[in-house]
Write a protein that binds this ligand. Structure first.
Ligand code: ZN
Length: 312
């Protein structure tokens, strides 16, 4: 076995040597793990060529209920830096950190962000819901102002882990932060086109609290801020009544949740099904939301289209 492993390693080395110019060899890339796809994109934007990013929960994956794989543990133990969201988004992470034995620095991308409290007033599931009250809403990336804090935290964490790259990380972050400013302007301009009384919609789980606060579109969801617990029949019935009473124009599917619930609400309330929103994960690279900026543009464009057009 050792011989075979040595042979494979030698082969891989030989192939890489054949394919890569010498200069790539001189610089070893910083191994970074990002817990989910939005963070993976931020690390790539700021780290550029200096980093090698492994994303644990990939495109369209649900980080609320993830089960880490042996490959994840391997990436964790090889990492110099692990970037996580925090605010209890990645409940499975502490165990993975322990089991992988990683010595990497753990950076919380939400450091310095004032969390919103999860709105669980519709929490009548009748189960022992220890986390249901007074906990933080983890979906802070849905506000672009917060995303800028994420990027600044990631820039600082990369510079700490790889001081020789500081100038590169600073420059990349400055460029990307300017792009986020542009994005925020576009989002606000599209919101402004939606008549004020139609700025309300339904999603499956409560992932848009920060978006609501930042951009003034009201989202109501039968499921709480996590996808762990199912919505009760009472929650669904209440939302159907609410859609009718408040003339909520549209319901949206999400990439990380089952469409069944929202389709039922649309059917029974008469609201139309808008597009699919990317809440907790990017799409695949080739999809409509392969980066954070494309995700936010896609979401606001779907929201604007669905809420502006058609009768209430
Ligand atoms: Zn979520």
């Amino acid at each position: 076995m050792p011989n075979r492993r040595a042979l494979v390693a030698g082969l891989a080395f030989g192939l890489a040597a054949a394919a890569a110019p010498l200069s790539t060899f001189a610089q070893e890339k910083l191994p970074v793990v990002a817990s989910f796809s939005v963070l993976g994109d931020f690390v790539r934007q700021v780290g550029g060529d200096r980093v090698n990013v492994t994303t644990l929960v990939g495109p369209d994956g649900d980080a609320h209920v993830y089960s880490p794989t042996p490959a994840d543990a391997k990436a964790m133990s090889a990492a110099k830096l692990v970037v996580v969201n925090g605010l209890h988004f990645e409940g499975w992470l502490p165990r993975l950190v322990k089991s992988s034995g990683t010595k990497a620095t753990l950076a919380e991308a939400t450091k310095g962000i004032t969390p919103l409290e999860a709105d669980d007033d519709h929490d009548d599931r009748g189960k022992g819901h220890a986390h249901a009250h007074g906990h933080d809403d983890p979906h802070a990336w849905q506000s672009i102002a917060n995303a800028k804090t994420y990027v600044a935290n990631i820039r600082d964490a990369l510079s700490m882990a790889d001081p020789a790259g500081k100038a590169t990380y600073d420059a990349n972050a400055t460029t990307y932060l300017a792009a986020l400013d542009g994005l925020e302007g576009e989002v606000k301009a599209l919101v402004a086109r939606i008549p004020a009384e139609r700025r309300k919609a339904i999603t499956t789980h409560d992932a848009f609290g920060y978006f609501v606060k930042a951009y003034g579109i009201e989202f109501v969801a039968p499921q709480g801020v996590s996808t762990e617990a199912e919505a009760s029949a009472r929650d669904v019935a209440r939302i159907i009544r609410q859609v009718k009473a408040q003339k909520i124009p549209a319901v949206f599917l999400e990439n990380v949740t089952n469409p069944r619930l929202v389709e039922q609400i649309a059917r029974e309330s008469g609201a139309k099904v808008g597009g699919r929103l990317y809440s907790d994960a990017l799409s695949a690279e080739s999809g409509p939301a392969g980066t954070y900026i494309r995700m936010m543009k896609h979401n606001i464009s779907e929201i604007e289209k669905a809420l502006t057009a058609g009768p209430a």
